[in-house]
Design a protein around this ligand. Structure first.
Ligand SMILES: NC(=O)c1ccc[n+]([C@@H]2O[C@H](COP(=O)([O-])OP(=O)(O)OC[C@H]3O[C@@H](n4cnc5c(N)ncnc54)[C@H](OP(=O)(O)O)[C@@H]3O)[C@@H](O)[C@H]2O)c1
Length: 393
């Protein structure tokens, strides 16, 4: 039976790879805290069969299924989230969606919220609801996860290390994932969709759109990972870093392995953009590609590596501006994205259970990760550090 201090957490998209990993980590982290935040976990999704399979895989006998379709309209969304203490939204792809319907439903029902949205237009739209969320007393964090998410916290830390935005000339974000990192078809289709999207960069304070999969750079991700070719790819960390940290120059690059995958992406980019932007077609292409992708993943592993470089401004009398480089590597993308998402989720819950001794660190409103206060950012990074193969912060 549910005790008064039990917190109901609903993961919409929990049937998928990212959502299931988030549930695994929510269960693992909450159990470890000595029971001061017992969680009752539920999955919101369309497929009961997928739920049954995930429940078996996660060994969570108490896991509950709540049928929901994100396309089902606001009333059905409000009724599914009502009563939860937190909703985590991992039901991608986010590309092609323009309205934060689930966040709206959470605000209407008075439920805190976070998502793993990797589409800036949608996260920005969510941000416009910040006043409504604040008025309703609802904390919400958008674009959580490992990247975007922890990567934005790394950017905030790097800028802080340099002495703040006044001292920072540029922030460069770089990411490497071996294969698909064991991801689901949605991440693969999201990457295809990104290959048709202009890349949002900032040059001397000006928003500058660039072609995806251009401006190749060889990036050193540190011990065990080494150097990899990376190319411009759109990432909400760029505008959120610029908006919240006041940085004038920022761009994000991505590379994968084996090298032939990079060439394949370059070839896919040449497909007609109306085809690449067709969500159904890209999801279909991702699903049929999965058997090949899984074989390659087995061969190359699922490493996720992130690097943030923050360059200081030139100082008169000094030869070289200071540079701060932060690195973070985990063995498995699917695992670490769930770990990071659970870290954000638990931070939202902090101080909100009857038994919790701590105060909330994330106030009501809608926040990008890099906007969070230092104590919230540090708590999340502390969780993300666990199992890291490289942690240079
Ligand atoms: N921020 C980060 O660090 C980060 C990292 C990696 C990925 N991502 C994002 O995470 C998202 C999920 O990736 P994934 O690999 O977990 O995908 P996935 O395995 O394909 O799972 C997606 C899940 O979403 C659910 N879903 C889709 N449309 C829905 C709808 N209309 N209503 C209800 N549920 C719906 C599906 O549930 P059913 O099974 O019930 O149909 C499915 O299980 C992607 O968009 C990806 O871009 C973010």
């Amino acid at each position: 039976m549910k005790s008064s201090s039990t917190l109901d957490v609903l993961v919409i998209g929990g049937n998928g790879r990212v959502g299931a990993s988030t549930l695994h980590w929510l269960n693992r982290l909450a159990g470890r805290s000595g029971g001061d935040q017992p969680l009752r976990l539920a999955i919101g999704g369309r497929s009961r069969a997928n739920f049954d399979a995930v429940k078996r895989r996660l060994h969570l006998p108490e896991l509950v299924f709540r049928p929901v379709d994100l396309e089902g309209g606001s009333e059905s969304l409000i009724s599914v989230v009502r009563g939860a203490q937190l909703v985590v939204h991992t039901a991608g792809p986010f590309q092609g969606r323009s309205e934060p319907d689930l966040l709206r439903a959470c605000i209407a029902a008075g439920v805190p919220y976070c998502d793993v949205c990797d589409e800036f237009a949608l996260s920005r739209q969510a941000k416009t609801l910040s006043g409504e969320a604040a008025a309703a007393g609802i904390p919400a964090v958008v674009s959580c996860g490992i990247w975007p998410g922890v990567s934005a916290l790394m950017a905030a830390r790097a800028v802080e290390r340099l002495g703040g935005s006044e001292a920072c000339e540029r922030v460069e974000l770089s990411f490497f994932t071996a294969g698909t990192g064991g991801a689901g078809p949605t991440i693969v289709s999201a990457t295809f969709l990104l290959l048709a999207s202009r890349v949002l960069t900032y040059v001397n304070g000006a928003l500058t759109y660039k072609q995806p999969w251009t401006e190749r750079r060889s990036i050193d991700f540190g011990p065990g990972v080494g150097k990899h070719a990376c190319f411009l790819l759109d990432n909400p960390d760029v505008p959120t870093t610029v908006e919240s940290l006041g940085v004038a120059n920022c761009a994000s690059r991505f590379g994968t392995a084996p090298g032939v995958w990079n060439s394949l992406f370059a070839a896919i980019k040449l497909l007609p953009s109306d085809w690449l932007l067709n969500r159904a077609a890209m999801q279909g292409l991702a699903v049929v590609s999965m058997p090949v992708i899984r074989v390659v993943d087995k061969l190359v592993g699922a490493t996720n590596a992130m690097r943030v470089d923050a360059d200081g401004k030139a100082v008169a009398g000094s030869d070289k501006p200071e540079t701060v480089t932060l690195r973070c590597v985990h063995a498995d993308l699917e695992d670490c994205v769930g770990q990071a998402t659970a870290a954000f989720a638990l931070e939202i819950l902090r101080g909100r259970s009857d038994l919790s001794c701590s105060d909330p660190t994330i106030p009501a409103g809608v926040w990008y990760p890099s906007e969070l206060q230092a104590n919230a950012r540090n708590n999340i990074l502390q969780v993300a550090r666990e199992n890291a193969l490289v942690w240079e912060m």
